[in-house]
Design a protein around this ligand. Structure first.
Ligand code: FAD
Length: 465
């Protein structure tokens, strides 16, 4: 891990450079380190590595030709979408070989929504925000939503099996992917975008490639299931004592005939920081240890389908602009913390009934580490998914990783709830996966990528690939 911005771009062999230029045109092969720095450094500021450059194909055939050139010259390839990943999977690490970044941003196909089945086929480089706008214009929603929606891409969401704020209602990305098109590490194209409702013809490739973190090929397009928008909704901000108090409220808040659309929690220091940084008022009159954001579906605009206990302090909104204002406190969390410096980010899940016990144990353990200046927590409460943010230790200081991830394992949790494994957690994967699961993963990796050219070092350690 490094935060250097001056590492040289490794020179591409002339033959390879010329072949890439012939495929995509000179303007889409980027080799100037000033320009490529934003592709070789990740969003957290914690990860960066050496790259040969960035190539920006505009079609699946161009991706196929690029990958064939790389395979012939044994050039490692790293598929990249919006580079909003938070686990060092979207950039090489400092000890990795140089890689060629294949940026998918120009794979921006947006087919018309198929009204008959509520599906759409889109290119991997379409941003989540563009997909939402496209689906909404046709009267549909896409079930996955994240605060990084304007930058992250469908391909990156598939690569990480992204979760986000609507998982409690619609599930994670894997649940939405009904068909996939991928360029495999030998350059061949595997396309299955028919979107059949029932299709039990053997191994399920959409599922395998979802969460594969760029280690098995480049996803170039996907067939995605859409959902009908909620009729209307209400958003509440509620002061709570702890996660169990919040969960009790969630469990009784949704009346029959309504649906839970979101249940998010923020700790008080983070809420204060967000309010101060964004010049927002504190949302509730009295301070409380945590704030719960709840969104439920209601039958008509203005209705509130939400049963809250009498003894909590809450504000509730049904109009669009107030709901958006309430959501801002939660949506600004990652960005606000990132302004304080290099952030060690943890995205973990624990059994929901152990959330408070784990939260207390991990806070104590992290605060005992040297150099920790700030510690915040927030998360997707309904999914048992906590985000922990540690600021102070240097980028390559792994003591917080060791402390947090081992503790997660002790509590029977997962070291990655939704961000993926990347380079941050590759060496800790055994904490969440058995030896036989790891062996099966390596066998799959070798079957697809026998020369280990696709995103080496992410998800699986290189020596074990
Ligand atoms: C402010 C903020 C909020 C966030 N909130 C959430 C959240 O709520 N939930 C959540 O799950 N994540 C969240 N994230 C993390 C991130 O946005 C997601 O992981 C997202 O899915 C990454 O998409 P991307 O296009 O930026 O992918 P990248 O960062 O470019 O890549 C991520 C991984 O996917 C692989 N990949 C990318 N494109 C392809 C492709 N076409 N084919 C094969 N592999 C590919 C890469 O190799 C890499 O391993 C957040 C990030 C930020 C900055």
């Amino acid at each position: 891990m490094t935060t250097s911005t001056t590492e040289p771009t490794a020179p591409l062999p002339t033959q390879v450079l010329e072949a890439l230029i012939a495929i995509v045109g000179r303007e889409h092969v980027l080799t100037d380190p000033e320009i490529t720095a934003s592709y070789s450094h990740d969003w957290s500021g914690r990860y960066a590595g050496s790259i040969f450059g960035v190539v920006r194909p505009a079609s699946t055939d161009e991706v196929s030709s690029i990958v064939k050139v790389c395979a012939a010259h044994r050039i490692p390839v790293l598929p990249q979408g919006g580079n909003t990943g938070l686990v060092g999977g979207s950039v090489p690490g400092p000890t990795d070989p140089s890689m060629l970044i294949v940026s998918t941003r120009r794979l921006n196909r947006l087919d018309p929504v198929d009204e008959r089945v509520g599906q759409v086929t889109v290119g991997a480089g379409v941003t989540l925000g563009e997909l939402h706008a496209h689906a909404n214009a046709a009267g549909w929603n896409y079930g996955v939503d994240l605060a990084s929606r304007e930058s992250c891409t469908v391909g990156g969401n598939i690569g990480t099996n992204a979760g986000g704020i609507r998982v409690c209602c619609y599930g994670m990305t894997r649940k939405q992917v009904v068909g996939i098109e991928v360029v495999l590490p030998d350059g061949s194209i595997m396309s299955h975008l028919s979107g059949l409702m029932k299709d039990n013809t053997g191994y399920n490739f959409p599922s395998l490639f979802t969460g594969s973190e760029g280690t098995l090929g480049v996803v170039t397009a996907a067939r995605l299931a859409l959902v009908r928008p909620p009729r209307a909704s209400a958003v509440a901000l509620i002061g709570v004592r702890d996660a169990q108090h919040a969960l009790d409220i969630v469990n009784s808040a949704v009346p029959a005939g309504s649906r839970l659309l979101a249940a998010e929690i923020l700790d008080a220091p983070l809420l204060r920081l967000i309010a101060d940084t964004a010049s927002l008022p504190m949302p509730l009159p009295s301070p409380s240890p945590h704030v719960l954001l709840l969104e439920t579906e209601s039958a008509a605009p203005g209705d509130i389908a939400m049963d809250l206990p009498d003894d909590v302090e809450a504000v509730i909104a049904t109009d669009q602009s107030t709901k958006a204002r309430f959501w801002r406190y939660r949506e600004l969390a990652g960005e606000t913390v990132g302004r304080l410096g290099i952030t060690h980010r943890f995205d973990v899940s624990v059994p929901r009934h152990r959330w408070d016990e784990f939260s207390q144990a991990v806070r104590v353990a992290v605060m005992e580490l040297p150099d920790v200046h700030h510690y915040f927590s927030f998360g997707h409460l309904a999914d048992g998914n906590l985000h922990l943010e540690v600021i102070g230790p240097a980028a390559d200081d792994e003591r917080a990783d060791e402390t947090v991830l081992n503790l997660v394992a002790d509590f029977g949790g997962s070291i990655s709830a939704e961000h993926g494994v990347g380079r941050q957690k590759a060496k800790y994967l055994h904490l969440s996966r058995s030896a036989s699961e790891l062996a099966a993963m390596r066998a799959i990796k070798t079957a697809f990528d026998p020369h280990g050219l696709f995103n080496p070092g992410a998800l699986l350690l290189v020596e074990a690939n």
